[in-house]
Design a protein around this ligand. Structure first.
Ligand code: SAH
Length: 474
């Protein structure tokens, strides 16, 4: 096929990023926004020797799993990849992804997987689940009809989302994944900007003031936080903004964070509270968390609880156990586990997160959780070696080790130390089933067996899937 050539393709499979996959005379095409079962007209945009990337031109025959998207920008926006697929089918796709990786990368047997894989945990209402949103602020780009390469800028500030893989902002204050109150807040901020002639930031020139609007919402407490990220140190007429925002029910914290760097990083290094508290409070299960503008906090609190309950169930604690929670963030899992354990050790690389973890332990009256700052692959081996030196003839003991690493998975040094420590159980929480499968293979080649595995859908409408696995000592 040649570039710009069009063809008719039946979509037979889906790639890891949610793109439809089909073949034309043995040549594989990846087509964004096409789903399994669609027959589409596609145009080749980039052709390689054995495969190519094509653009969806027209749907000729709709898949039976295709649904009307909730958001009219679903295709343009980079946020959701599979909103046009029925939720039921999305879950099937996610389970398939986890299973494939365990099979191919993990080398697990098909029969074993039939036995250990539990049903996926999806959401009852797979929309409006995010408790945090960061909206870029800018100006509309208007294309010159005579010259598509020339764009002029609109006069009024807008906020919304970046059109997939660009930094052009498309105005939309009504994202279907965020909470409905976002819209009201965004419109108040935009009105304040217009009335007070406060400029939006322009990435290309580095001029203008308001870069992003961060909104956080406590699902249990209904508390709201708004933080404006600004290209400067002062927000003009900030009292006018406060005046508008405090009228919104639940407003708890208003702040500004100064970020004057030319960077894609959204938040500045610090923030200043201009009204109310410095943080909002929310719950996961019975544990209370204080969340500041810079804190990490799971974005889907409903499914986070589902995930942690599963991790808890797999850990099977009776109250006597010594538990390690590696990659513990702000101690979310650690504090959950501490309620039923003798002692929990949490390890996390970001110092601020450990500060939050300690504070969260304190406000919940939990005193059997201890936290360390550092790399899991350095802290645990060092602890293991120091213990052996201080207690000749003995070795450091853990009953359960929980890991929840970032996408790249666990470092091999860490896996080796875990194997040496030989806990009865290992609970692996993963956001990338490919690295999960790779790590499970190592553990299962060294004395562990896969007992149970549950995919949890933390991010409906996207291709991401969270998985929690239980391994026990053979
Ligand atoms: N378990 C937490 C966070 C999981 S996200 C929760 O559920 O909220 C993964 C965490 O691992 C992040 O907080 C990240 O900062 C941390 N991290 C990344 N690399 C690390 C490493 N090498 N050692 C320890 N922590 C690490």
């Amino acid at each position: 096929m040649k570039k710009n050539e069009t063809c008719v393709v039946t979509i037979e499979d889906m790639g890891v990023n949610g793109e439809g996959i089909g073949k034309v005379d043995g040549y594989t095409l990846f087509i964004k926004d096409a789903i399994i079962g669609d027959v589409v007209e596609a145009k080749l945009m980039k052709g390689k020797k054995n495969y190519g990337y094509a653009r969806l031109v027209k749907i000729i025959e709709s898949s039976k799993d295709r649904v009307e998207p909730q958001c009219k920008y679903a295709r343009k926006c980079g946020g959701c990849q599979i909103q046009e697929m029925s939720y039921e089918k999305q879950l099937v796709f996610k389970v398939g992804k986890v299973r494939e990786n365990l099979l191919r990368i993990g080398g697990f047997d098909e029969n074993l997987l039939d036995l250990v894989m539990e049903p996926v945990k999806g959401m009852k209402t797979p929309f409006y689940y995010r408790n945090k949103a960061q909206f870029p602020v800018g100006y509309r780009k208007i294309e010159d009809p005579k010259n598509p390469n020339k764009k002029t800028q609109g006069a009024e500030p807008i906020t919304g989302f970046y059109a997939g893989r660009t930094h052009d902002i498309i105005a939309n204050t009504d994202c279907a994944l965020g909470v409905p109150v976002n819209e009201k807040i965004l419109n108040e901020v935009l009105t304040y900007m217009k009335e007070n002639k406060v400029k939006a930031y322009d990435e290309t020139t580095g001029k203008g003031l308001v870069r992003h609007i961060l909104i956080r919402f406590g699902f249990t407490t209904k508390e709201i936080m708004v933080c404006l990220i600004i290209n400067g140190h002062e927000l003009l007429h900030q009292d006018k903004l406060v005046e508008k925002l405090v009228k919104i029910d639940g407003m708890t914290s208003i702040s500004i964070s100064s970020n004057i760097r030319k960077t894609n990083v959204i938040m500045g290094d610090t923030y200043e509270t201009i009204w109310g508290q410095a943080y909002i409070t929310d719950y996961i299960g019975d544990i209370r968390y204080q969340i500041s503008p810079l804190s990490f906090f799971q974005v889907n609190p409903v499914q986070t609880e589902v995930l942690y309950k599963k991790a808890m169930e797999y850990a099977g604690l009776t109250g006597n156990e010594v538990v390690w929670d590696l990659y513990c963030g702000i101690g979310t899992i650690s504090l959950f586990l501490a309620q039923n354990a003798n002692h929990v050790y949490g390890v996390e690389i970001v110092p601020q997160a450990i500060e939050d973890a300690k504070n969260n332990a304190k406000i919940n009256g939990i005193n059997n959780a201890e936290f360390f700052v550092g790399k899991a692959e350095e802290i645990l081996p060092a602890y293991y070696q120091d213990y052996a030196q201080e207690h000749p003839g003995e070795q450091a003991h853990a009953d359960v080790i929980v890991v929840d690493p970032p996408r790249k998975g666990c470092d091999e040094t860490l896996l080796n130390t875990m194997i040496q420590m030989a806990p009865e159980k290992i609970v692996y929480v993963s956001c990338d089933s490919a690295t999960l499968a790779r790590d499970l293979k190592i553990l299962c080649d060294n004395g562990y067996q896969l007992k149970a595995c549950t995919p949890v859908d933390q991010f409906p409408m996207t291709v991401h899937v969270e998985t929690v696995c239980l391994l026990s000592k053979k």
